[in-house]
Design a protein around this ligand. Structure first.
Ligand SMILES: [Zn+2]
Length: 68
C-alpha cells in the first residue's frame, strides 16, 4: 500500500495552465482560493455567488503527486 501521508494533490487551472496549489486535501480555505482565482481568470464563465463544489472543480485539474 502506498503511504497516503506522502501524497499531495496539485491543482492546476485549465484556463491558464498555472499550478495554483499543492495540498494534502481540499478544505474550505483552499476552495476559497480556487474560487478567487477562477473569478479573476475566467471572467467569461463567472461563478455564482455560492458556487457548488462541482462548479469550482470543473475548471481545474487535480493530480496526485508523490511528495519528494
Ligand atoms: Zn487560471
Amino acid at each position: 500500500m502506498p503511504d497516503e501521508s506522502s501524497r499531495v494533490f496539485e491543482v492546476v487551472c485549465k484556463g491558464c495552465s498555472r499550478s495554483l496549489m499543492m495540498v494534502e486535501r481540499l478544505r474550505d480555505p483552499e476552495i476559497g482560493v480556487l474560487e478567487a482565482h477562477l473569478r479573476a481568470c475566467c471572467p467569461s464563465e463567472p461563478l455564482g455567488d455560492a458556487p457548488m463544489l462541482g462548479e469550482v472543480m470543473a475548471p481545474v485539474r487535480v493530480a496526485a503527486v508523490e511528495r519528494a
